[in-house]
Design a protein around this ligand. Structure first.
Ligand code: FHN
Length: 582
């Protein structure tokens, strides 16, 4: 056999070997699967973004900096020598690990993930691998992660670390800082000298970790990612790894930021939504756009009903204080969970396809929990349940709920007003262990007309807001960066070609902007868009048929809506888009 032929075969074989995930041992597989079941039962966790960026807190040299607060070094191209100076000011004298862990507990959260090193390269733990850390470079001089991990353990909360394994704006070998380090980077020395040693430190110094939350894997190679995974699993086999380690080497899928799949999503196993309470991860003193607890409790039910976990973020100040509005929101969620937690923890995904925002379902053997998010009035009709209903009752207070069930239609008799405007849960007991649902109504199927409400979208931008009264989003201002948009996330659920209807309201005085509704699958420029003009509606909600088609594929990452050109019609109120199969 000639060398060239052997060479080619050998090269292909090597490429296949490199592309295949390095195999976990049987022990690692077993520990990972057990940890995933526990993670799935947990459902709800606290994310914490805490670092030097809490000092500028969204402002640099007297100027407000748009966008997420922890990216200020990048957005303002702050030189390393200047940004490092923040460490000398960082002295979180009000930090109290017991209080932070208790807040997570009071919120009904079961795990915590905190930034050990974000993209700015600064370690928030005592690191021997890099002197650029909170113990060696700040007046605080101690490791807050020791307190926090111990406080979580005392409360039975799983503890995990966020770690940015590729972006590092402090190091020449890290990715992202081309204003101090314009030359081409070689990642390997950076991995060998900082990433691997630091990940080993966080795995060895803070007890049993529930997970390591890697982020923005960027340009790391498959062997580099495999080395990272291998080290984690060798040191703590039960430590879960999220998909942002890269190259499909995670144990569970990390959705996009604030990105919720629009249907039940179980095809790829376990997943988790990282989400903010306002518009930033790291503290910004001017970001007071706090989400309504009703929105967040509804999102928790929505995510869990689709098979996911909810990782909700706080950004503490440079003094070590979690902003009061964040605390209040989380405690409100905790109060709801204290009464309704049975409908969240340890449940499985809805057996029904999803269409609309009136209700969601979670399940346990012999039971369905119907989460009523938008009160329908004196009755709620649920089509397609074939299992016999034996009893219905309010989860809070246990009062019986009258119902009828005939010809595949379950009708629940409801009080005139919602007992709990955040989410009223009705327990529907059924004769089967697993609910039987009629064809055409099952999770994984789609209706001929699918409503995608603004509430189900990610509101991206600092001006766009959701209004519960009109069930619509408004504030579609346009900016160079962080322009205001809505994103819906198919996550493989929507393949097809659709006509689209738009339901919106727009005062005549502000009508006239152009809009664009488009699909984006990242791999190439948006591969399908519908454009038109926002016409006046006299301020009333109307539904209009849009020209053209929207083609959604398995690769489609988002369906997006934005104004384009000018933003005169920014105050328009968008309630929903409807995808119509022709
Ligand atoms: O760039 C980071 C960002 O700062 C933040 O940490 C989020 C959290 O999911 N992750 C990356 C952006 O997706």
């Amino acid at each position: 056999m000639s060398w060239s032929r052997f060479g080619r075969i050998g090269l292909v074989a090597m490429m296949i070997a490199l592309a295949l995930p390095a195999q976990d041992s049987a022990q690692v597989k077993a520990e990972t699967e057990k940890a995933l079941r526990h993670f799935d039962d947990n459902k709800f966790g606290l994310f914490i973004h805490w670092g030097l960026y809490a000092i500028p807190a969204g402002e640099w040299k007297g100027k407000y900096v748009r966008g997420i607060g922890e990216w200020i070094m990048f957005r303002e191209k702050i030189p390393v020598t200047e940004y490092e100076g923040l460490a000398r000011q960082f002295n979180p004298v009000k930090f109290n690990g017991e209080e932070w862990a208790q807040l997570a507990k009071d919120a009904g959260m079961k795990y915590m993930v905190i930034t050990s090193k974000h993209h700015d390269g600064f370690a928030m733990f005592g690191s021997k691998a890099s002197g650029y850390n909170i113990v060696d470079r700040t007046p605080f001089k101690r490791d807050p992660m020791k307190d926090l991990s111990a406080a979580c353990a005392r409360r039975g909360l799983d503890f995990g670390f966020y770690y940015s394994q590729d972006q590092d704006w402090h190091e020449a070998g890290g990715r992202g800082n081309n204003w101090d380090f314009p030359e081409k980077r070689d990642a390997q020395p950076y991995l060998n000298n900082k990433v691997f040693p630091q990940v080993k430190e966080i795995l060895g110094g803070y007890g049993k970790l529930g997970l390591i939350w890697f982020d923005t894997p960027g340009l790391l190679s498959i062997p580099q990612v495999d080395s990272l995974r291998g080290m984690v699993k060798q040191l703590q086999p039960s430590c879960l790894i999220n998909s942002r380690i890269g190259h499909g080497r995670g144990d569970y899928t990390q959705t996009g930021d604030n990105a919720i799949p629009i249907q039940v999503y179980v095809a790829d196993g376990k997943w988790e939504v990282p989400a903010t309470l306002n518009d930033t991860w790291g503290f910004k003193k001017n970001d007071q756009n706090w989400k309504d607890p009703r929105d967040l409790i509804g999102k928790l039910a929505d995510i869990v009903s689709k098979g996911g976990n909810y990782l909700l973020n706080v950004g503490p100040t440079s003094e070590g204080v979690i902003p009061k509005p964040s605390q209040e929101i989380l405690r409100t969620m905790g109060k709801w969970l204290a009464v309704n937690g049975e409908s969240i923890y340890g449940t499985s995904a809805s057996p029904f396809m999803i269409n609309g925002i009136t209700w969601r379902a979670t399940a346990k053997p012999g039971k369905l929990f119907i989460h009523i998010l938008n009160w329908p009035g004196r009755s709620l009709k649920i089509e397609g349940l074939e299992s016999k209903v034996t009893r219905a009752s309010l989860l809070a207070g246990k009062a019986a709920v009258k119902f009828t069930q005939k010809a595949g239609m379950l009708e629940l008799a409801l009080p005139a007003k919602a007992p709990d405007v955040n989410d009223t849960v009705v327990v529907v007991e059924i004769a089967d262990s697993q609910a039987k649902v009629a064809d055409g109504h099952r999770a994984g199927q789609l209706p001929a007309r699918l409503d995608l409400f603004a509430w189900e979208s990610r509101l991206r931008g600092e001006e766009v807001r959701y209004d519960f009264v009109t069930q619509s989003a408004h504030g579609f201002r346009r900016f160079q960066s962080e322009t205001n948009m809505l994103y819906w996330y198919p996550y493989k659920a929507l393949e097809g070609s659709y006509q689209v209807e738009l339901t919106y309201a727009c005062d005549d005085a502000v009508a006239g902007s152009n809009y664009r509704l488009f699909v984006d699958d990242r791999s190439k420029p948006a591969n399908g868009s519908i454009e038109g003009v926002i016409n006046g509606t006299g301020g009333k909600f109307v539904t209009v048929k849009l020209p053209g088609r929207l083609d959604v594929t398995k690769q489609t990452n988002t369906i997006a809506f934005q104004l384009q050109g000018d933003d005169k019609s920014a105050p328009m109120k968008l309630r929903k888009i409807t995808l119509v199969r022709p």
